[in-house]
Design a protein around this ligand. Sequence first.
Ligand code: S3P
Length: 426
Amino acid sequence: MIEVRVPGDKSISQRALLLATLAEGESRLRGLLPSADPRSTAAALRAAGARIPELPNDGSEIRVQGRGLRGLRTPSAPLDLGNSGTGTRLLLGVLAGQPLSAVVDGDASLRSRPMARVTNPLAQMGARFSWLGDEGRLPVRVDGGALAAFDYDLPVASAQVKSALLLAGLVGGVPVGLTEPGASRDHTERMLRGCGASVITHVRGPGRRIELRDPPPSLRPLDVDVPGDLSSAAFVLLACALGVTPGAVAIEGVGLNPTRDGIVDLFRRMGLRVEVVPGPDAAGEPVGRIEVGREALRAISVSEADVPTAIDELPALAVAAVRAEGVTRIRGARELRVKETDRIRALVVNLRAVGVEVAEHDDGLDVTGTTAALRGAVDAFDDHRIAMAFGVLAAAPGNTIEVSGKESVEVSFPGFWSLLERLRDG
Ligand code: S3P
């Protein structure tokens, strides 16, 4: 059995940096993901007055001196969030309740992503936004200040929108009630509770009602070990599924939050052997070891109800479907079109480029499994998860695939290419 680890969870790392900045006193953060996205978030926070040391490449402990809930200041230059949608949307929530003015910007991919889903409700709370380029797209200037209590029905289940609004309520010292149509990842709620805020969640059918009732006057500092990122581990599972690895693989210390672990069930439904051995919690999150063994894969149907807990892993699943018997159908996943790239389009274009039969739908795709050797050239479309999904397909026995844009993995998984080589060599 090959034993591997994956780097720290991207969603949790970004939240830890934000909440440590908003806390009172010194936070200790270990295992932070040392990749481009958390570094962009840390740099933006520093430019607004946060005291965050450089993120070490080995995930060793950093200490962050909190500024308190409203201790940020007007930055002297635009804040560059690079490729980070999570960093941007959560930061907009934090800035909305601070008495400051800041311009938030990002790279070409981030500039193409919809921001009104977060600025519209934040504006209803009292923040002011001015679009400096296209309406609803970065760059945007936010003028923050006093906010009002707020109740809101999220049109789509989005952890980024939910988190931005909870953070705005927290910083603004006002209650916030949210209803979401599906259960998006709940890392913010868990971490806020760990810092002493009371966040109540009620299950409402497939959705949730989330309430921040009495925002506390200050947050306790954090002392956390960030678990490994299940979204990164998904590519190790994919490598096993496609026979890149000669035998079974174990991944130690992976976050297993139930609002994020849908891929485990989906891969099992495809026939992959996946064992989960729970360990002690870390950072208020369930953590464990995943053992995966290769079996023949069969096609599955992924429906709307499967999507929220597996949204970021659907590129890996679509690529696994290439070697599954039958036609794998993915539906109810329109959100894939507004990720780091339009992931439905990117998957369709790349799969066709290597000779796989695929049908594109507005909210998903159908992939027909094949045993043929695959040849051709694919592109990452500046998207880390597209790069990794096709990188694994390229490493699978019999295929000759050239991947361009490999450097985009730096967004979430530095060291991915050397780990892939290790998996291949056993
Ligand atoms: C994230 C939420 C999800 C996910 C993204 C990370 C987060 O996005 O796709 O990669 O950390 O909150 P949405 O909030 O847009 O669903």
